[in-house]
Design a protein around this ligand. Sequence first.
Ligand code: HEC
Ligand code: HEC
Ligand code: HEC
Ligand code: HEC
Ligand code: HEC
Length: 474
Amino acid sequence: MKGMKHSKVSLTGAIITTVTFPILLVSVILDLHGTIHNIYFGFITYLVLGPLFIAGLLLIFIGIFFFKGKEDIGLFTFAYLKDQFTSPDRFAKLRKLIFLITALTFANIFIIALTSYSGYHFTESVGFCAQFCHSAMEPEHTAYKNSPHSRVACVECHIGKGAEWFVKSKISGSRQLLAVATGNFSRPIETPIHGLRPARETCEECHRPELFHGDKLKAIDKYLPDENNTHVQTVLLMKIGSGGYRGAEAHGIHWHVSPDNQITYRHADRGREQISEVTLSKADGTQLVFSSDEYTSEPRGENEHDAGSRLMDCIDCHNRPTHIYVGPNEALDHKLSHGEISQDLPYIKKMGYDLITQEYASQEEAKKSIATGLRTWYGRKYPELVAKQMPLLEQAIAGVQAAYTENVFPEMRIGWNTYRNFLGHKDDSGCFRCHDDSHVTASGKTISQDCDTCHIILAEEEENPEVLANLAGY
Ligand code: HEC
Ligand code: HEC
Ligand code: HEC
Ligand code: HEC
Ligand code: HEC
């Protein structure tokens, strides 16, 4: 304590800790209790006050040991200690001091433990990942909220298990915080991501493709741009297959992730769309190399500098398991099929499509133009309907606006189709990056594009497809 008095450094530290201690304690308790739900409150508590408190403590010790000042009282030298212990008077003083220090140390350890514990949970929360970096993460967060994984925390996918990932994620996280604070991040955020990319093990915590079996019936609802917004369906029998387990052979779509089939590939572009060579290594040691001469640029590996190749995993197909952005047609079809946009409004599919595919400077501008656009058009063409069915039109306006705002983010330069979904073959991407009959082995074998390899098409854009009626038994 005396040492402290003699050191300005320690004194500064002591002031900082004394001031922050009560505020920090109250804030952490309020946070744990859930009284204040504000992301900035958490930020101040855990990323400003917490480190400040620890810095204060460090300053106290640094001051005692390194900046004692001229009138060194010989703290911790042998002679000094001996003196303290042998004189009864001094010993009584020392005892008090020891009690005080022990009590303070416990209080400090308690608050540090509490702060680190809840601070750790704070930096792992969806709120911290998504809302704190609002403008940067808004697109991902919006798409995530409407996805099957909306109750899986960001960190469950983006941060693996173990100490190495912990360190990696905190380093990467600090860099990202800095980037957001300075506004220095790319718009849109580039994909595929390298730093915090979900690994196969992360998906396999919850999903086990080796246990998948059988086919899955998939009916896709669509609406035509005609007066009745005619409802049509495409029906596919998806060959989900299996990764192979307990003697069952790997087959179908999840054949790729069997331990017996290792697929590596080289790509010529950053987005991994131009695949120049695919190598299939089987458990029995045989290897098949399929190459395409379509891409002449130098193949790239994972890094700019690495000419190696990439091992195919879940995310080469499921690159949008949760940040699912859809195209303008699909976005409106979903809203129509969920009833958010009424099918009874004539030409709503066509009008909605025309409005959402225009260029807007911001989501606000888009929402305004969509609302005025629809109100004016229906007011002119269907005045009676508008007079009678105003709520229906207002609901449809909200639906069309949502179709836009859930998928297009002008502030982040995300337009329709900025992020490709590889689960399918839109624009000859996705599966057709390899399954295009133009990647061939030396002996002329190709990676099949036969339409029955992955699914059986039971109906294509049909009104009331017979196959569904048969299945339903009427
Ligand atoms: C189900 C797993 C999963 C969850 C949960 C998840 N992500 Fe992702 N995220 C992914 C995958 C897969 C990618 C694409 C990886 C790639 O292509 O390299 C991705 C990509 C991203 C990207 C890069 C830009 C892009 O869209 O490709 C950002 C930013 C991101 N996620 C943020 C978040 C945030 C914030 C949350 C929580 C609100 C979250 N993620 C939750 C799986 C997940
Ligand atoms: C913490 C658990 C968890 C993790 C980790 C996880 N998922 Fe899921 N996933 C789920 C749950 C739960 C559902 C089912 C949601 C439902 O039925 O609505 C689901 C659904 C899915 C579906 C089906 C979606 C649909 O349209 O029916 C796919 C595909 C999928 N996950 C892929 C992935 C991939 C790829 C990863 C790794 C990047 C992953 N998941 C990580 C829990 C998880
Ligand atoms: C070759 C591409 C590919 C790879 C690799 C792949 N999947 Fe899939 N997966 C698909 C396709 C295609 C579907 C069917 C999607 C649909 O419903 O139309 C699917 C469906 C699924 C489903 C939903 C199954 C169901 O019955 O509804 C889950 C869960 C899933 N995959 C998880 C995984 C996980 C985990 C991995 C990695 C271990 C993985 N997939 C690897 C292409 C792939
Ligand atoms: C990186 C390249 C690559 C991509 C991307 C890819 N595949 Fe494949 N796939 C292969 C190779 C290689 C084979 C084996 C070809 C052979 O031996 O005939 C294969 C085989 C298959 C088979 C047959 C498996 C069996 O039972 O033998 C199915 C089904 C399949 N793929 C579905 C898909 C689907 C669906 C997608 C997209 C979601 C996809 N693949 C994307 C490389 C790829
Ligand atoms: C390598 C696997 C693979 C091959 C080969 C393949 N498909 Fe597909 N196809 C898919 C997957 C995966 C989807 C996505 C299903 C979904 O929406 O989840 C799909 C979707 C479709 C759809 C529905 C798209 C929509 O949204 O309306 C049609 C139609 C289709 N395929 C037609 C074909 C035709 C025609 C061929 C033959 C030239 C073919 N496919 C070959 C994997 C394949």
